[in-house]
Write a protein that binds this ligand. Structure first.
Ligand SMILES: [Zn+2]
Length: 79
């Protein structure tokens, strides 16, 4: 009934970024539940976003680990 996947999907990022009003979000989520294609795409973007956030956090930890290892290596090299 007048469902336009591309129109719904263009709002996915707005929803994920929390740039929707409560009312907009409600009707958006309703549209998602009416279409498994849109719902699937929304889940993918949602997981991708949290994956990116985790990756950024991990990178911070990794950078510290890398420099710790480098220090260890150079200490050993000069020992
Ligand atoms: Zn759709």
């Amino acid at each position: 009934m007048g469902h336009d996947c591309s129109k719904v999907l263009s709002k996915v990022f707005l929803a994920l970024d929390g740039e929707m009003t409560e009312e907009e979000e409600k009707s958006f989520l309703k549209q998602l539940q009416e279409c498994s294609c849109c719902l699937g795409q929304f889940e993918i973007e949602k997981e991708f976003k949290s994956f990116l956030q985790q990756k950024v956090e991990k990178k911070c930890v990794k950078a510290e680990t890398v420099s710790a290892i480098k220090t260890k290596i150079s200490t050993q090299a000069f020992a």
